[in-house]
Design a protein around this ligand. Sequence first.
Ligand code: NI
Length: 168
Amino acid sequence: MSKLDIIKIPDPVLREISAPIETVDDDLRRLMDDMLETMYDAPGVGLAAVQVGIPKRLIVLDVNGDEANRQPIVMANPEIVRLGDELRTHEEGCLSIPDVHVEIERPGDLTVRYVDRDGKEQELDADGLLATAIQHEVDHLEGKLIIDFLSRLRRDMVIRKFRKALRA
Ligand code: NI
């Protein structure tokens, strides 16, 4: 396994729409493992392939938060097929936007359909932090970021700050 570089805003790749995964093969499983290692190292609770510069519909998650009892989830072609009615607000961060936190209101539970690391179709009901993380990562596949939930003024301020840091 190897650690990958996480790209940050304003890298335009983060705005790309990720392409569907055609086949789950050993190359893809290696990418899944590398993404998990990268996520754990960061540390973070979720990572989309586009965040390591590969705009494919692949996400990895682990919201367990306990290093001794890891519960990695990998999802190829995740598709949210049901969103609950009850909304939940959570302060979200993003490994591509370090040190920025945004309060975001999203449905508190959902059902997601995806392809697992063996190429099998799965369906999962999620709530709590996992439901938030799944929606956050699926947003990445559409080029959507947490700063898009901010007012235009605040969003531009964040982007300007990262541009400036890039030049420095
Ligand atoms: Ni993110």
